[in-house]
Design a protein around this ligand. Structure first.
Ligand SMILES: [Zn+2]
Length: 265
């Protein structure tokens, strides 16, 4: 837990269900909650730190990301930002790419909205440019990506490429703790990668200490996440050698990995 008394914004995880992270951004007085899948842990975290909820932001419409909203709204009357193209009843401020969510209560924190369809058709991510934070829901995970429920491989690849284009030092706050199982799959794709071996060592140690592996960074994901590396020679060659890719095409390489991963775990 943070101990400082200054007004700097900070982000903390609120674990929920088996492996979800609800992210809380606060200035030690007020808090924004990202993807509250359940209300109980959020209310407990707010109470414990004497914080007042000032807004809820949602990345996509799946229940494990929005299930706690109505209960939170019974306690706090706050705006709910969410994807314009993913129907969510509780959203009061629908947003889409090009919009900027400004949180007046958190020293005018600005969250730029990015459209990242594929996991759901309306999935969005929130990018805090100044703070270098990315809240990406179920689109990008530590060493992995979300399942392709409502998109095409091309759409997923375009969405992931958009996130990969952010600066390397942007911190990635994803919606689930899936990193270790994703890393196991990543090693199938790049068994000789030193960057991957180093990440596995570090993230296994974090989990052994019961710490989150998140946030990671865009730079680390670009170096170790196979789904951001579908256009790399070495990745395509590996998939070809395994008989999983017939042409030298990043979108097909992405599709082949996504399909393999679906059956892998
Ligand atoms: Zn989801």
């Amino acid at each position: 837990m943070p101990s400082s008394t200054d007004q700097t914004l900070q982000v903390s995880p609120i674990p929920a269900f088996n492996d979800n992270y609800i992210w809380m951004i606060d200035n030690r007085k007020e808090a924004v909650i990202v993807d509250p899948g359940e209300a109980g842990p959020v209310l407990a975290a707010l109470q414990k730190r004497s914080l007042k909820l000032c807004a809820i932001v949602l990345t996509h419409r799946h229940e494990d990301h929005i299930g706690g909203v109505s209960r939170l709204l019974q306690e706090y009357s706050v705006p709910v930002y969410g994807p314009r193209f993913d129907p969510i009843e509780s959203v009061t401020q629908p947003v889409q790419e090009g919009d900027i969510v400004t949180i007046f209560e958190l020293d005018n924190l600005q969250l730029s909205v990015l459209d990242v369809p594929g996991h759901t058709k309306g999935h969005i991510a929130y990018y805090a440019k100044k703070e270098k934070w990315l809240f990406c829901g179920d689109m990008l995970f530590g060493a992995g990506c979300g399942r392709m429920f409502e998109g095409t491989p091309e759409q997923m690849w375009t969405s992931l490429s958009k996130l990969a284009a952010l600066p390397d030092d942007v911190e990635v706050f994803a919606g689930h703790e899936y990193t270790l199982s994703n890393l196991k799959f990543a090693r199938e794709i790049e068994p000789d990668s030193k960057a991957l071996a180093a990440r596995i060592k570090e993230d296994v140690a974090k989990r052994n200490r019961r710490q989150p592996t998140l946030p990671s960074t865009i730079g680390l994901e670009k170096a170790t996440n196979p789904f951001l590396r579908a256009d790399r020679e070495e990745v395509m060659k590996r998939l070809e050698s395994l008989g999983k890719l017939k042409d030298h095409d990043p979108v097909n390489a992405f599709a082949a990995m996504r399909e393999w991963k679906n059956k892998y775990v």
